[in-house]
Ligand binder design. Structure first.
Ligand code: HEM
Length: 238
């Protein structure tokens, strides 16, 4: 017969700071101390500004971790496992695009007060985006090796997509990662133009115009080029 236990569920059992296991596990004391207090703020909207940036960094941390894990799976020939992780990574980018909306809730005039306390702080130094730049090329290389290993080229992955379902799905998730980075850049450019203008320079001296130019950057150009080739190929068949 099972012995009856009298566990007190209101008492924390995990080690660490905080009154409950919820607070201990999530380290909410530390997390919620990462934003300026109202006494430290130059403007109350600093909470909005810090929340959007800090949460973007967290989603980028998750997304880029999953891309690196997916790359290892592709190298090991475990395409199904890679697909799961790349779907998550893509969602992470979707979330950070959406949360840029929040920045447009700030008054462009009042934002100038916040801008004064940013020092030389610039998105170019975002650890999350540095990781995007770091993990993206190895994923492309692993994909190319997988395509070559199947005796195909990228165009054939599409033409014979039904016979190579996993490779086809992988190609689509790579182009999705690429597309979502561009969509973020486009959305960010519009937010910047709306908040500080499109004919000014940023906190690190970069002309905002230059940000507009980055929108056309392609992470995996061969996947975009494959579309042109598919269209040309289809024309030959007409
Ligand atoms: C009011 C909000 C924002 C303004 C006014 C703004 C402004 C700028 C400006 C002017 C630049 C050009 C570099 C410079 O000189 O600073 C830049 C770059 C950048 N910002 Fe922002 N930004 C805002 C929000 C964000 C957010 C929420 C993120 C998310 C992490 C972010 C990430 C970046 C990144 C990654 C770059 C480098 C550009 C690229 O790789 O495409 N920014 N931003």
């Amino acid at each position: 017969m099972a012995t009856e236990t009298h566990e007190d569920f209101s008492e924390p059992i995990l080690p660490g700071k905080g009154a409950s296991d919820y607070e201990r596990y999530l380290r909410t004391d530390d997390l919620l101390a990462l934003q300026k207090t109202s006494e430290e703020q130059s403007h109350p909207d600093e909470l909005l500004f810090q929340t959007v940036h800090q949460s973007s960094e967290l989603w980028l941390k998750l997304g880029t971790t999953e891309v690196a894990r997916a790359t290892a799976h592709v190298r090991a020939g475990e395409l199904g496992a890679a697909l799961r992780l790349l779907r998550r990574a893509s969602l992470c980018l979707q979330f950070i695009v959406r949360q840029l909306d929040m920045l447009e809730q700030m008054s462009p005039w009042e934002y100038q007060t916040i801008r004064r306390v940013l020092g030389h702080g610039s998105g170019f130094d975002s650890p999350g985006f540095r990781e995007v730049r770091r993990v993206t090329p190895p994923l492309g290389e692993a994909f190319e090796a997988a395509v070559a290993g199947a005796g195909l080229d990228v165009v054939e992955v599409y033409v014979q997509g039904r016979e190579h379902e996993d490779l086809y799905q992988l190609a689509e998730l790579l182009i999705e990662w690429d597309e979502r980075v561009s969509l973020w850049r486009f959305r960010h450019y519009k937010v910047v133009a709306r908040v500080i203008g499109d004919e000014v320079v940023g906190t690190q001296g970069t002309p905002v115009e230059l940000l507009g130019g980055l929108i056309k950057n392609k992470l995996y150009p061969e996947l975009w080029q494959a579309r042109n080739e598919l269209t040309a190929l289809a024309k030959e068949d007409d």
